[in-house]
Design a binder for this molecule. Sequence first.
Ligand SMILES: [Cu+2]
Length: 168
Amino acid sequence: MQRFLFSSLSLLALAALAPAAFAQTYVTNQAAQKTTILTVVAGSDNANGGLNLNGGVRGDKTFVVPLGWKVELRFRNNGVAPHSVIVLGGGSVPASITPALAAFPGSAGKNLVQGFGKTGGSTPQDTLRFTASKVGKYTVACGVPGHALSGQYISLEVSSSVKEASFK
Ligand SMILES: [Cu+2]
């Protein structure tokens, strides 16, 4: 009986810990430095046939970043198709995505059109550094032709009313 109780309690403890322990972390804040590290994983799961960023499709997930913070956006591709990343202005997604459409200096990734191939690891394949210098709604998109139009984009909001960055 004692053993059964112990096992049951252990399972309960594990169940309680599991969501926190295994949830993917897409945001790391360094508030003292007014810096946030955002992770963007293309094809993180099978949503939209893999045409997603962090599982988000057509702007249904959003990073919120405090106005004036420095952003380090770490990108990697977990999907089968090649993918890339750029932070664009808000509004409708353009058919042709070029570095000139970057919303902030430094917010265009490399290999925009050809993309990066799948990586098995967690090391970023591309790192974007920019300052969230203007309040507004922006789009984080894949630059490979057709991908954003097919829904491979999420949202990024720069806000003057939040104290740290988040993803939801
Ligand atoms: Cu893509």
